[in-house]
Design a protein around this ligand. Sequence first.
Ligand SMILES: *Cc1c(COP(=O)(O)O)cnc(C)c1O
Length: 395
Amino acid sequence: MSGDGDDQHLKPATRLVRGGRRKEWTGPVVNPPVWRGSTHLYDTDAERQAAGSNNADGQFFYGRRGAPTQWALAEALTQIEPGADGTVLYPSGVAAIAGVMLAVLKPGDRLLMTDNAYDPSRSMATGLLARLGVETSFFDPRDVEAFRAAVAGARAVWLEAPGSLTFEMCDVPLLAAIAREAGAVTMIDNTWASPLGFAGLEHGCDIVMMSLSKHVGGHSDLMMGSASAGKRWYAALRRVSHELGQVVSPDDAALAARGLRTMGVRLAAQTAAALRVAEWLEAQPQVARVLCPLLPSDPGHALWKRDFTGGCGLFAFVLASDDPAASARVADALALFGIGYSWGGFESLALPITPQSYRSCMPCPCGGAPALRLSIGLEDADDLIADLAAALALV
Ligand SMILES: *Cc1c(COP(=O)(O)O)cnc(C)c1O
């Protein structure tokens, strides 16, 4: 659904608050209400026939094409993604990855995927896409010359910055420009930064996807994904999503829209707290290395600073221990961090990780040492640091 051009001069925080709140969708209330419905009832059969199989955005035709609650969320996401003509919602982030891949790729195509991509993206390439006749090669996004050679003849490139688990940055605008010159489509998983932290389309990508289960939901109580693009790719994403029969529930869309309103302040607070915790961890003798582009000492910091306008609370650290059980010991000892998947909620999480099992060509910065990923929530950073200090004493 096309964004309201009138809001494009406003700052992101203001667009977050205003996005998708059209009077015809909200009626007299503030947020778009939960608008339930499958069947469109017509007064006469002539009216039904005149409506045809109306395919326009914003026209209620049948529940599978969404209704005002979903349209309002999609429009708000379009309004915060500079350069987007529309946004498609999916039942999860992984469903969004599939929707994007299937809109771009066909049998016989070659895909280049960054080696530090989210593990289910990798599995989709080596599973579903391989079965459909798409061949994938993984690449180290920091090796630009190797990328330039590999991209010749490829249909598409899948990026993620920073990468999952190990948080290496890459030069997205440069890689996207090289891909464009070679005639390849660039897709990016922008879940970590969200459009508030990184404007993917403005930096040369053709399609930006994210898991809304993380920052947009923000409260660890919903699953959803999205993909945004300019005119050409939005049309392709929308068509494939309709062909696949994908729709998100209006209840979840209303929750996601509610989460979106506070995403700016949550991300700012979580980024500041994450930087404090990461800096503290860097100084601990039990910690060998902190993997976090927010840190001035990180090899990806200069690129993050150049291209990004924000961050989030997610990063990892490597223990100075050769005991593989040390990461689980730390996670078990933490009182304020839950042990669990997902991230971006208001509550902190810790997760022992083994990134080396998800790499084909990039060296793992852990070198096989025990490591943990942290998602910093909205607790006081002093409390989180005290909790980590007590747990690290056990390493
Ligand atoms: C969680 C995640 C996804 C998938 O999102 P779900 O909503 O859990 O399906 C995709 N990409 C990244 C980087 C993620 O962390």
